[in-house]
Write a protein that binds this ligand. Structure first.
Ligand code: ADP
Length: 302
C-alpha cells in the first residue's frame, strides 16, 4: 500500500517540478496556485495515508485481541459447564447407591439379619452403578449432536421406573406422589437414559423446592397427548415456585439460587429435550409451586 502511495507522490513531484520552474509562475496566478496545491498534496499525502493505515491496523489488532479473549472465556465457561455436568449427573446415582448401601448394612447388622431386604438393597446398588455408568456414557453425547442411542420407548413406563427410583427420597421427605398417566400415549423415539435424566432432574428440583417450605408436599407427574399428536410430560410441585425475575434465567448454564447448587440441571434438560426436537418450559403452579412441561415432536404409533 505504502509503495503505491509513494509512487503517487513521486508522480505528483514529477508534475510539480516542471510546473514550478518552466516557466516560473507569476505570483497569485492560476499556475502559481496549482503548484502550491500540488506541493501541499505531495508533501502530506503519504503522511495522511500512513496515519490512516496505522489507525485501521491498530483497530483490526484490537478486534483480534478482543475476539481471542472472548473465545478463551467461552472455552473456559464450556470447560466449567462440562465439569459441573459430570459432577451433577454422577452425584444423583452415587447418593442413591450410598443410601442403599447404608440400608443394606443396617439389614445385615440386625440381631436377626434380614437377608431378603439386604439383597434388595444390594440389587439397587448394582442398578445404581449401571445407571451411573450409563450417565457417564451419556454425558459425552449431551455435548455432541451425533451418537445418541435412539429407540422407540414408552414414556409412561419411563415415568413409573423413575418414580420407583426416587421412591426412597420422596418418602423420606414425606412427599405425596400423584401420577396421572394418559394410557393412550403412543411410543416415542428417544434416548432412554437421557430422557430419564430429564425426569430425574425435574423431580429432584421439585423435591428440593418443596423441602424448602412447610405445607403439603405433592409431586404430580402427568403424561398427555395433544390434538397434533405431540406427546408431553409435566412435573408439578407445591414448592417455592419461580420468581418472575428468574423465569428466563433458570435455564442458563451455571444459574442457581441454591447454596450448593451447580445450575446445570435445567440447562442439561433443555439441551436433551431440544435434541429430541421437543421444548421444555416452566410455568407457575396453582395455588403455589412450579410446573415444568416438556413436549416431544417425535412419536411413533404404538
Ligand atoms: P440447581 O438445581 O443446581 O440450582 P438447575 O439448573 O437444576 O440447577 O436449577 C436452576 C434454578 O432453577 C434453581 O437454582 C432454582 O432456583 C430454579 N428451579 C428449578 N426447578 C425449580 C422448581 N421446581 N421450583 C422452583 N425453582 C426451581
Amino acid at each position: 500500500m505504502l509503495d503505491l502511495w509513494l509512487m503517487v507522490v513521486m508522480f505528483l513531484y514529477a508534475i510539480e517540478i516542471p510546473l514550478s520552474y518552466y516557466p516560473t509562475p507569476v505570483r497569485f496566478s492560476i499556475d502559481w496556485y496549482a503548484v502550491r496545491i500540488i506541493g501541499f498534496f505531495s508533501s502530506s499525502l503519504v503522511l495522511i495515508v500512513m496515519l490512516y493505515e496505522i489507525t485501521t491496523l491498530y483497530g483490526r489488532l484490537l478486534g483480534a485481541v478482543r475476539g481471542r479473549r472472548q473465545e478463551r472465556e467461552a472455552r473456559m465457561v464450556t470447560g466449567e459447564a462440562v465439569a459441573a455436568t459430570i459432577a451433577h449427573e454422577v452425584k444423583q446415582p452415587l447418593s442413591g447407591m450410598i443410601t442403599s448401601a447404608d440400608a443394606g448394612l443396617r439389614f445385615l447388622n440386625r440381631p436377626l439379619p434380614d437377608l431378603e431386604e439386604a439383597e434388595a438393597a444390594f440389587k439397587q446398588i448394582v442398578a445404581g452403578g449401571h445407571r451411573a455408568a450409563a450417565v457417564v456414557d451419556g454425558i459425552r453425547t449431551i455435548f455432541k449432536t451425533e451418537g445418541r442411542k435412539r429407540a422407540s420407548l414408552d414414556l409412561n413406563d419411563l415415568i413409573r421406573e423413575t418414580l420407583a427410583l426416587m421412591r426412597g427420597d420422596l418418602a423420606k421427605h414425606r412427599i405425596r406422589v400423584e401420577a396421572l398417566m394418559d394410557e393412550r400415549l403412543p411410543q416415542v423415539v428417544g434416548d432412554r437414559v437421557q430422557l430419564q435424566q430429564v425426569l430425574v432432574i425435574l423431580m429432584t428440583n421439585a423435591m428440593e423446592s418443596m423441602i424448602a417450605i412447610d405445607g403439603s408436599r405433592v409431586l404430580c407427574v402427568a403424561s398427555h397427548m395433544d390434538d397434533d399428536g405431540h406427546v408431553g410430560v409435566s412435573v408439578a410441585d407445591t414448592g417455592t415456585g419461580i420468581g418472575p425475575e428468574d423465569t428466563d434465567r433458570i435455564f442458563n448454564p451455571l444459574f442457581t439460587t441454591k447454596s450448593d447448587g451447580m445450575g446445570m440441571g435445567l440447562s442439561i434438560c433443555r439441551s436433551i429435550v431440544e435434541a429430541h426436537d421437543g421444548r421444555l418450559w416452566a410455568a407457575p403452579n396453582m395455588p403455589r409451586g412450579a410446573i415444568f412441561h416438556f413436549s416431544s415432536t417425535r412419536s411413533v404409533s404404538a
